[in-house]
Ligand binder design. Structure first.
Ligand SMILES: Cc1cc2nc3c(=O)[nH]c(=O)nc-3n(C[C@H](O)[C@H](O)[C@H](O)COP(=O)(O)OP(=O)(O)OC[C@H]3O[C@@H](n4cnc5c(N)ncnc54)[C@H](O)[C@@H]3O)c2cc1C
Length: 473
């Protein structure tokens, strides 16, 4: 990946905006531009766009949406921003977080009402750290459906997407103004397209083992569960252009990926009262810290595995997730009518399992404090029939990236924006501070979808193609 002198770029056609990457960020940006009549070209490395977006549960957190109001849920951008920052211990960029929280509701409303995406509000459980029900996603709760809906909308809007187009070069002048983009085709040939602006929507560096070893050594050997085409190219271009990078050690992990099936097992089973035990049938951490930091906790256990232990009641919301249904079909969820049977189907030592469940029940009943500090308020004691699934910890995506301002413009070392470069999703610095602990559920798609839209509206404003703020949309 390189930044080359602008004068070396020889191109036959030019578009106002090139978007690199056709995941949630790139497609949302492209839809926002197409809606205003701007010719936008999306360049996507893969033959068929999927991205990490397709691997996700497709859940986008947003505050103040129409769907929330219809359910009588009182939420606000201020509350949402406070939740994001609380999870990150205040170690993120409050200005960007506030801008994103403010734009989240209007963006999700726009996706539903204008772009006709069939999104619903997830009810029945709240992810750790969210003070309100604010997850919006496809009814299947599958990111593949979110990506599919965005691609359909892009098709209807006439967005041009060139697939099998791996961007390698940006062409820029001495001020860092990008005038063209070079991409490689499967036959090895290079093509160059001119542009007035570039939106980096090519996610982070989870698919690049060298960068992982350099920036996130603690997860370099863990299973990477995201999209392998995300090799951190935005970082290379940004650094070559003199951009600031921030929080490169940050990432979204997940402490509940079924093994050996490799399927995401939603944390909903935990939030409703489920627990995790290691192979000795012992708990080892406060599960309600968050699933991201729990990846490391699980990886520290014998064999790098744990068991999610829950019951049929906790399973109910999970049954709405496509991933979970597939896991059940694959035999990844074991069932038991008693603790003895639970021990038998998991191979966990029965006496230790009985002891752990007894202690947890005492905590749930408020008769003792949890030794790991978990607050069981509102939970109901686990009861047969039980469920159990063997899980491991995994890396989902990286959260560090290029520093941006609240208009998604990439910032140089001196804090000034580069003239015409925007970033969103995993390409940009996320909202979780310097490490995994700061990841609030949904920060990934929040950054992708909302910053994608902000980047596009920011470009439109700069070009005087729209004159009002993003929140009026
Ligand atoms: C299993 C799993 C579950 C998740 N669940 C959730 C969830 O429910 N909610 C949530 O908020 N987040 C979730 N996430 C995180 C979320 O998926 C990502 O944060 C989000 O999809 C990022 O979107 P994006 O558009 O930035 O990147 P992507 O969707 O990964 O798209 C980036 C695209 O850029 C392309 N690309 C890369 N480099 C180049 C190049 N040089 N040239 C051309 N194209 C390039 C890639 O091929 C890819 O298609 C989950 C992640 C995983 C792995």
């Amino acid at each position: 990946m390189a930044v080359k002198p602008a004068e070396q770029a020889k191109f036959e056609f030019s578009v106002p905006v090139v978007v690199i990457g056709a995941g949630a960020c790139g497609l949302t940006a492209a839809l926002s531009l197409a809606e205003q009549g701007v010719d936008v070209l999306v360049l996507e490395r893969d033959e068929h766009p999927t991205g990490s977006t397709s691997l996700s549960a497709g859940l986008i957190p947003a505050a103040g949406t129409r769907l929330q109001r219809e359910k009588g849920i009182e939420d606000s951008a201020a509350q949402f921003a406070a939740d994001i920052s609380a999870k990150a211990h205040g170690q993120n960029d409050p200005v960007v977080v506030r801008a994103v929280a403010e734009a989240s509701g209007p963006t999700v409303d726009w996706l539903i009402d204008v772009q006709k995406l069939d999104l619903h509000l997830v009810e029945g459980f709240r992810y750790p750290g969210h003070s309100q029900l604010r997850m919006h996603g496809p009814r299947s709760q599958s990111g593949a459906d979110l990506e599919g809906m965005l691609l359909t909308a892009a098709g209807s809007a006439g967005v041009d997407i060139i697939t099998s187009a791996s961007v390698e070069d940006l062409y820029a002048d001495g001020q860092g103004r990008i005038s063209a983009v070079g991409f490689r085709r499967p036959d090895g040939s290079m093509e160059i397209v001119g542009c007035d602006a570039v939106i980096l929507a090519c996610n982070g560096f989870g698919g690049n083992p060298d960068k992982l070893r350099q920036y996130i050594p603690e997860m370099a050997e863990a299973e990477y569960f995201g999209h392998t085409s995300n090799t951190g190219d935005a970082l290379d271009w940004g650094v070559a252009l003199g951009a600031q990078t921030r929080d490169l050690g940050a990432y979204q992990g997940h402490g509940s990926v079924s093994t050996p099936h490799g399927s995401l097992l939603t944390w909903a089973v935990i939030t409703l009262g489920g627990i995790q035990v290691n192979q000795n049938a012992e708990r080892f951490a406060d599960e309600m810290q968050g699933y991201s930091e729990h990846a490391q906790e699980v990886l520290r256990q014998p064999g790098k595995v744990a068991w999610d232990i829950y019951d049929a009641r906790c399973e109910e919301p999970a049954l709405a997730f496509q991933d979970y249904k597939e896991l059940v079909a694959m035999g990844g969820v074991r069932q038991a009518g008693s603790v003895a049977e639970l021990a038998a189907v998991t191979g966990l030592p029965q006496a230790a399992l009985e002891r752990t469940l007894r202690v947890v029940e005492t905590c749930v009943r408020g008769e003792a404090a949890d030794e790991y500090g978990r607050d069981f308020t509102g939970n109901i004691p686990l009861a047969p029939p039980y469920r159990a699934a063997k899980v491991t910890g995994a890396l989902f995506h990286t959260q560090g990236g290029l520093a941006i301002d609240s208009s998604a413009r990439v910032l140089k070392a001196d804090g000034q924006p580069l003239p015409n470069l925007y970033a969103g999703g995993g390409a940009a610095r996320g909202f979780c501070g310097p490490a995994a602990f700061g990841y609030l559920s949904g920060n990934g798609l929040l950054s992708a979808v909302v910053l994608g839209r902000i980047a596009a509206l920011s470009f439109l404003t700069t070009q005087h193609l729209i004159s009002t703020s993003r929140n009026k949309k």
